[in-house]
Design a protein around this ligand. Structure first.
Ligand code: GTP
Ligand code: MG
Length: 322
């Protein structure tokens, strides 16, 4: 593992891939890797890209990576594949859409599966972004689709969040307003070659005017990701946002939030695993079975499992902690 960490830190692509897989498995060797890289992380500009399905996020990420490459920066990309059977084709699509990026040795692209991972997606994404950061990538871009709670959580790992929209979304704009407006640092209305893009941008701007003005006003940009129009300006805005964060308390605030998210994720995952036991019904604790049988309520069952866990820890640590 130490050797793997060394190779990863020097930017070795195979070591990076291997490390990400080990960390995705969420076991002891993955944890050792994360411990080893921590002191070397915290340097990259981490950018989150989110928005409704199909608005052109992957195409935009590819074009944006190209802009950073032009500026001489190395780039890491983390794309979260949707699990929905309806959008299952996106995986192959992303390979094609991010083709330019994935052929460039200065770019590392990794897709993460969301299937079956539940709350672990946010943690796995954060860890992958951190590995790319430690490997020396100067910019790390995270792409995720949707506007739900899990996207908001994933975006906690980013310094700058781009919310991407496209014309003709209809009611989706309302959902976006309700959910993800707060976390956007930059808005992009992509597919500006299609009718209605200016209208969408205007709607967005008037929605933004109703908000209290903070020191950073999220700009609304128009792009045509497919041919790269407006993407250079997007990169400039992102540089400006980074400069804004670094010139005030923003940067350390984001680092603090990231540390909180990271530690809370680890605590939650470990406790669920240690206290709640397995996800499989066959291996479930008797308390869990009693809940299903209506012999016990879930709060009492959870309390009992926590008590049991504490007793187990105490017996392993005879010196006691009090
Ligand atoms: N007209 C037009 N089409 C675009 C533009 N950018 C992307 N597209 C097309 O929109 C479709 C979806 O693009 P993606 O980049 O896969 O969109 P996405 O938001 O990543 O999609 P999901 O990851 O599935 O949510 C593709 O057919 C793209 O070619 C654009 O600027 N204009
Ligand atoms: Mg995509």
């Amino acid at each position: 593992v130490i050797d793997l960490v060394q190779r990863l830190l020097s930017g070795d692509k195979r070591a990076i891939s291997r490390a990400i897989s080990l960390v995705e498995d969420d076991d002891a060797s993955g944890w050792e890797i994360m411990k080893g890289i921590h002191p070397h992380s915290g340097r990259a500009h981490i950018i989150g890209v989110t928005g409704p399905p199909g608005v052109g996020k992957s195409t935009l990420v590819d074009a944006l990576a190209g802009e950073y490459r032009k500026a001489g920066k190395t780039v890491g990309i983390v794309a979260i594949d949707p699990t929905s059977p309806f959008t299952g084709g996106a995986l192959l699509g992303d390979r094609i859409r991010m083709q330019r990026a994935s052929l460039d040795p200065g770019v590392f692209v990794r897709s993460l599966a969301t299937r079956g991972k539940g709350g672990g997606v946010s943690a796995a994404t954060g860890s992958t972004a951190k590995i790319l950061d430690a490997s020396g990538k100067e910019v790390v871009i995270i792409e995720t689709a949707g506007a739900g709670q899990s996207e908001v959580e994933i975006m906690r790992h980013a310094h700058s969040v781009i919310v991407t929209l496209a014309p003709g979304l209809g009611d989706d704009i309302q959902a976006i307003k309700a959910g993800i407006l707060e976390i956007a640092d930059v808005f992009v209305v992509n597919k500006a070659d299609l009718e209605g893009a200016a209208r969408t941008a205007k709607d967005l701007e008037s929605a933004l005017e109703l908000r209290s003005r903070g020191p950073w006003q999220p700009p609304v940009l128009l792009t045509v990701a497919r041919d790269g129009r407006g993407v250079g300006e997007l990169r400039e805005e992102l540089d400006e946002h980074l400069a804004y964060l670094k010139s005030g308390p923003g940067w350390s605030e984001r680092q603090a939030l990231a540390a909180l998210a990271e530690v809370q994720d680890i605590v939650a995952r470990r406790l669920v695993r240690e206290v709640g036991g397995s996800d499989s019904w066959e291996e479930a604790a008797p308390q869990v079975k009693a809940v299903a049988g209506r012999e016990k309520d879930p709060y009492t069952a959870a309390d009992e499992l926590i008590q049991q866990y504490i007793r187990r820890i105490r017996s392993q640590d005879p010196a006691g902690r009090e």
